[in-house]
Design a binder for this molecule. Structure first.
Ligand code: F6P
Length: 533
């Protein structure tokens, strides 16, 4: 049994339920702004590197106060401090959760000595590889999946402006051969370094792709496996059996989806160099300090995590859309899907008791402005309310200022349109050249009405740099921690991925043998179809 109060049994939860009925459900953002001219100032926050406008959300200062009361009553601060101190808060695996120690300066967090020893040697290696003239490497291929892929892939793309010219970074995750096969066809074995990234070094997809890469390397006449393959893993022994002699280790207290700050970040370090990687860590550490020390009402990860809970459990919104208005952040939604849904997609509390309320929302999105021309129709006029999270960057990394002004204006316009909407009266007063000339005007105006009052958050970075990206990602990590902690779930295990893995191991040989004994009729029928005539 754990000592924490289940959130839906607290005094604050009951108060929030009453507040939702009285003021929350029918809150109208347009009226709220008219009532409080300082609403923007009241409900926006500056955290390290990230400014957040939370004022276009369906809440007010009273909601915020009650949510903070809820966090306190559920022991959020105690759980947060336990995480930073290295307590085994991942109870189902009996592990500490110490990704924050990976970005703390020497001596400032638990496990500092091993963390900095690996960091120093990994960064020295990264800088040697990065110098293509000296190292001979022009292509770096990271083979990994889930947390051993999504973070590095997202960050390398985001920080392209800081990447060593002439160096190409590739990522292979999928066990589908359509991922690795075309890439290998483009590579020169002599100039390629493979990074086999796997916390466990047992993941089926990664091991299969690593074996393909090794076969290809040998078939190309390559001989020096030890020079062309390195490992980033907690399982140094199995990596050595593969023929890998250069391994950068990490520890079981680093969750896969929290591992881009560890040796798993090697591709990032190769791309942006040791100095850049240290800046990434420092930005994340600045956010860690903010999370650890800022009062709950001024604490951005706390505010975001509590707002997520307010939407999920009181408004009953089941999804959130991420809209980064920066092409470099186009892998951020995919990264956040694992971070949030693998962490908080849980249906039992810490004591294993089924929860009567919703947990992780579905997180999804695309970079703006692309998403506007795809699914924003539904966000504006669909039947479901989906909170949108805009991420904007004030200074671009290019000189095309006219395009950058357009991207910022589009970002602003979407948040404004979601909130303001358009009444049928306004729609009636407009003449639209593309509209049907035969349909009656009222019917047409109804189709062109926007209900508005749709919530959004805007996060603003001054620029996208290693330091600010570190702060942004740490912000998301802690926000997921906050909602998970208040819900009383274990945000750090992932038992839900196990069943499919073991069934796959059972089905793989059946694809060849066509043995369908004991299978349900659908799986048996599909297996025969998959196997072909
Ligand atoms: O899919 C489950 C999972 O364990 C993730 O949590 C993890 O990020 C991924 O697989 C990859 O695991 P590994 O790094 O051990 O190969």
């Amino acid at each position: 049994m754990n000592a924490f109060m289940r959130c839906d049994r607290t005094v604050a939860w009951a108060a929030l339920a009453g507040h939702y009925q009285a003021h929350g459900r029918d809150l109208d953002l347009r009226e709220a702004f008219a009532r409080d001219p300082a609403r923007f100032e009241h409900l926006s926050l500056q955290a390290p590197e990230v400014f957040a406008d939370l004022s276009k959300n369906l809440w007010d200062l009273a909601t915020r106060k009650l949510l903070v009361d809820l966090a306190r009553e559920c022991g959020l601060e105690t759980r947060r401090d336990a995480m930073f101190a290295g307590a085994a808060i991942n109870t189902t695996e009996g592990r500490a959760v110490l990704h924050t120690a990976l970005r703390a300066p020497p001596g400032a967090a638990p496990q500092s000595a091993p963390v900095h020893a690996v960091l120093d040697s990994m960064l020295a290696f990264a800088d040697r590889v990065r110098d293509s003239n000296a190292s001979g490497f022009t292509d770096i291929v990271n083979i990994g999946i889930g947390g051993s892929d999504l973070g590095p892939r997202m960050a390398v793309q985001a920080l392209e402006a800081f990447t060593q010219p002439g160096l190409r970074l590739h990522f292979v995750a999928n066990v589908d051969g359509h991922d690795i096969a075309p890439l290998l066809g483009r590579l020169d074995a002599e100039r390629t370094l493979f990074v086999i990234a796997s916390k466990t070094f047992t993941t089926q997809e990664t091991m299969a792709n690593a074996a393909v890469a090794r076969r290809w390397f040998l078939a190309q006449g390559g001989t020096d496996i030890a020079r062309h393959f390195v490992g980033t893993t907690t399982n140094v022994k199995v990596a050595a059996e593969f023929g890998i002699t250069t391994t950068f280790g990490f520890w079981d207290w680093v969750g896969g989806r929290y591992s881009m700050w560890s040796a798993i970040g090697l591709p990032i370090a190769i791309a942006i160099g040791a100095e850049g990687f240290r800046a990434l860590l420092a930005g994340a550490h600045a956010m860690d300090r903010h999370f650890a020390n800022a009062p709950l009402a001024d604490n951005l990860p706390v505010q975001l995590g509590l707002l997520d809970l307010w939407y999920r459990n009181f408004h009953r919104f089941s999804s959130r859309s991420i809209a980064p208005y920066h092409q470099g952040l186009s892998r951020l939604p995919a990264y956040l899907q694992q971070l949030e849904m693998e962490s908080n997609g849980k249906r039992v509390d810490l004591d294993g008791r089924e929860l009567p309320f919703g947990t992780s929302p579905v997180v999804w999105g695309e970079p703006g402005t692309n998403g506007q021309h795809a699914y924003f129709q539904m966000l504006h006029q669909g039947t479901d309310v989906i909170p949108v999270e805009f991420i904007a960057v004030r200074k671009p990394a290019h000189a095309l200022t006219d395009l950058h002004a357009m991207v910022l204006a589009n970002c602003l316009a979407q948040g404004q349109a979601l909130m303001l909407g358009k009444s049928t009266d306004v729609a009636l007063s407009e003449r639209v050249s593309t509209a049907s000339a035969t349909l009656d005007v009222l019917t047409l105006a109804r189709h062109r009405t926007f209900p508005g009052n749709r919530p959004s958050t805007t996060l603003l970075l001054e620029e996208l740099s290693p330091y600010s990206l570190g702060a942004l990602i740490a912000l998301y990590e802690h926000r997921v921690f906050v909602s998970g902690a208040v819900w009383g779930i274990n945000s750090f295990d992932q038992w839900g991925v196990e069943l499919g893995k073991s069934l796959c191991n059972d089905l793989l040989p059946r694809l060849a043998s066509l043995d369908t004994t004991g299978l349900d009729a659908s799986t048996a029928g599909l297996l025969r179809k998959f196997a072909g005539p």
